[in-house]
Design a protein around this ligand. Structure first.
Ligand SMILES: [Zn+2]
Length: 320
């Protein structure tokens, strides 16, 4: 008989468990999404996302100083414009809501400022690009993405984050940024972004639900994993600085696969539906609060370097 191998020795008490822990939630690597809304005054809690708000520009300023005081290191901006049209022109307005928000953060804080680059909040039809008939036209949309990228960089964004899943978007944006003299502006590519049911609360928040059809002709089919690797590979080739898997919790296998395969900074987006599910379960007593740390830890354990999550503020505020 072999002697019993006693791994329980490593779990004896909190301190011992801590020294044996292989991974932990690194809040410095977490990014807080912020919604800035030109159409409201004050702030409005987002339906089904308790504790998460849309802010008017004035309230956004207060919020920035609040989370900066908490020590939050990075934010990801989303804008809701007062003007929407078929071509989403407010997205590349130099005085647009995101552009002004970037400028404000950079003038007041050292926070890493990331800006989501898409058009679904800006088009009156809610699709992520410019339509030709009922289809989103890839290449004319890329022209618009170039303009958005340039205005974000001009405003001082550290990182632009194209999320529209147009083919070639990273390469086009990299070329535009380099040409316009923004060689140091980084690109975080939403490389494998799936057409997911988990974006529901976000769409309410960003008022970006498509008025017809859905996004399955550009976002990925959740049955595909090999293709997710191809998407990531292409974004690396086109010049992405960070690649991403979105959503996170139903896609941990892809985070792990990308981690093993690519020596690239890898982000994962813990999306609105994941937040809503956990918050509902915790606030109704179905799950204990430790479900949140278990979920976020699983994203880091799968191999994400950067986690974008609506829980970021709470983790800075109260730990987890
Ligand atoms: Zn979009």
């Amino acid at each position: 008989m072999f002697p019993t191998v006693r791994l329980r020795r490593t779990r004896k008490n909190e301190r011992i468990r801590d020294i044996f822990s292989e991974v932990s939630i690194d809040k410095e690597k977490m990014v807080m999404p912020i919604f800035v809304d030109e159409t409201i005054s004050g702030k409005q809690e987002i339906q089904n996302m308790p504790g998460i708000y849309r802010f008017s520009f004035d309230y956004f300023k207060n919020y920035v100083s609040e989370i900066n005081d908490l020590g939050v290191k990075s934010v990801l901006l989303f804008g809701i414009p007062s003007h929407k049209d078929p071509t989403g022109s407010a997205a590349y307005d130099e005085n647009g809501i995101v552009q002004r928000s970037i400028e404000y953060i950079k003038s007041k804080t050292d926070m890493i400022t990331m800006a989501d680059l898409c058009m679904c909040e800006y088009t009156d039809h809610g699709h992520c690009g410019i339509l030709q008939g009922k289809e989103v036209d890839n290449d004319s949309t890329l022209e618009a993405y170039r303009k958005i990228a340039r205005t974000y960089a001009q405003a001082g964004a550290d990182i632009v984050a194209p999320s529209g899943m147009m083919d070639g978007q990273v390469g086009e944006i990299r070329e535009e940024l380099d040409y316009a003299g923004f060689k140091n502006t980084m690109i975080m590519a939403y490389s494998s972004k799936f057409a997911s049911s988990l974006y529901g609360p976000f769409r309410d928040a960003a008022q970006s639900a498509p008025s017809f059809g859905d996004r399955r002709s550009y976002q990925m089919d959740f049955r595909n994993s090999n293709q997710a690797m191809r998407e990531i590979e292409l974004d690396i080739y086109e010049g992405a600085d960070i690649v991403m898997v979105k959503p996170a919790l139903f896609y941990l296998d892809l985070i792990e696969r990308a981690r093993d395969r690519f020596e690239m900074p890898l982000a994962a987006y813990n999306v609105s539906g994941e937040y809503a599910m956990l918050m509902h379960a915790v606030s109704s007593g179905i799950l204990s609060k430790s479900a949140i740390s278990e979920a976020i830890t699983s994203i880091f354990r799968a191999g994400a370097d950067i986690v974008i999550s609506y829980f970021t503020e709470e983790i800075y505020r109260n730990g987890i």
